[in-house]
Design a protein around this ligand. Structure first.
Ligand code: SF4
Length: 359
């Protein structure tokens, strides 16, 4: 099966799928947030720049996305998703009232057990934080990338001088919402110099651990840079792993898989672009549990699952999955509504929205 499919046919396929879902399969919901307030130099998931698309932004959250949620609401009433993930782009670019309306338009929203929201901390405020807590979100991921102002400037990203970042993280954690902070390695001006760049990442990790206390930290190496020169990439990856192992002795982090920190040459070459999840207040077991559920779709390594993706605008074309049987993506070029394109059976491609290897 390949090509465009009508909404009606798609709904029928989902109805059939959900009525015969097996115990070991999960049903997950992904909501795409295809706008950003800045375009960071290193990013592969960048959304359309909000200031260039102000009208489209409002129309998307106030008409287009709610209308699509309504079309699929019969499915969401029949089967409560196991998880929901708000990814992007930048979900926190929504206003408080847009967030409130989107949450309340999803049937049984409060009953969805695991809920995740990606945040740019600079776009949060007390009201939005309260709303996420009241709606029983279980996980928020802060795109920190670095605490170093020069590195943020170099990547055209705002720094965190104007917000009470520690207070934001503390508010969530106090209410039992797990906070993850993303950091990026190899994005500084001197990214090929480990004595500067690895030191900077180490300082960021220690700063988060000592001052901000999120439940977990995820370190993403900038994969495009590592791929440019595999020998240099492997050398820098080794240095990054050595630094994490050194910090481990002191902070006793939880790990998703110890193997990912192997210093064996072949293991490094094979896993140069993986990200490193560090449990700050989570043991390895708790970390694995937190990261067990998933809205990112199969492919090979993930458990068989079903993911209904809603939303998308221009180049953001989120993928939906029916187990390993087929995948399709949403197209919304002109912000007038969606068409759906099935890409062929057993598609191996990762979704464009990723950054969600956790949920
Ligand atoms: S890192 Fe986040 S804010 Fe920056 S371009 Fe990518 S999705 Fe947008």
């Amino acid at each position: 099966m390949k090509g465009f499919i009508s909404e009606k046919e798609l709904l029928n396929l989902w109805e059939k799928k959900l009525s015969s879902i097996r115990d070991e399969e999960s049903f997950n919901l992904y909501i795409d947030n295809p706008f950003c307030v800045q375009q960071c130099a290193y990013c592969k998931h960048t959304g359309s720049l909000k200031r260039d698309y102000e009208d489209d932004f409002s129309k998307y959250y106030e008409e287009i996305l709610p209308a699509q949620i309504k079309i699929f609401s019969s499915l969401l009433k029949k089967k409560i998703p196991d998880t929901v993930y708000f990814g992007g782009g930048t979900p926190s670019a929504m206003s408080f009232s847009q967030m409130k309306n989107v949450f309340s338009s999803i049937p049984n929203f409060k009953k969805i057990k695991k809920k995740a929201f990606e945040c740019n901390p600079n776009l949060l405020n007390k009201e939005k934080i309260k709303l996420l807590i009241e709606n029983n979100f279980t996980y928020v991921s802060f795109g920190i990338q670095s605490l170093d102002k020069d590195v943020l400037d170099y990547n055209r990203r705002d720094n965190y001088e104007k917000i009470p970042l520690k207070d934001y993280i503390g508010k969530f954690e106090k209410e039992g919402v797990r906070v993850n902070c993303d950091l990026m390695a190899f994005i500084g001006e001197y990214k090929d110099n480990p004595s500067i760049e690895i030191k900077r990442v180490e300082k960021d990790i220690v700063g988060l651990v000592k001052t901000y206390r999120p439940s977990m930290i995820t370190i993403y190496p900038e994969s495009g840079f590592l791929r440019e020169d595999k020998i240099r990439g492997a050398y820098l990856s080794r240095k990054l792993r050595e630094m994490i192992l050194k910090l481990d002795k002191k902070h006793n982090f939880g790990h998703q898989d110890e193997f990912l920190l192997s210093l064996n040459k072949d293991d490094i070459l094979r896993g140069m672009e993986i990200c490193y999840h560090l449990g700050v207040s989570l043991s390895s077991e708790e970390l694995r549990e937190t990261k067990k559920y998933d809205s990112s779709g199969p492919p090979n390594q993930s458990p068989v699952q079903n993911c209904l993706a809603l939303g998308g605008f221009k180049h953001h074309r989120p993928w939906s999955y029916h187990g390993r049987d087929f995948v399709y993506h949403n197209l919304n070029e002109e912000n007038t509504g969606f068409s759906y394109f099935i890409t062929g059976e057993k598609e191996k491609k990762r979704p464009v929205f990723t950054n969600m290897d956790f949920i």
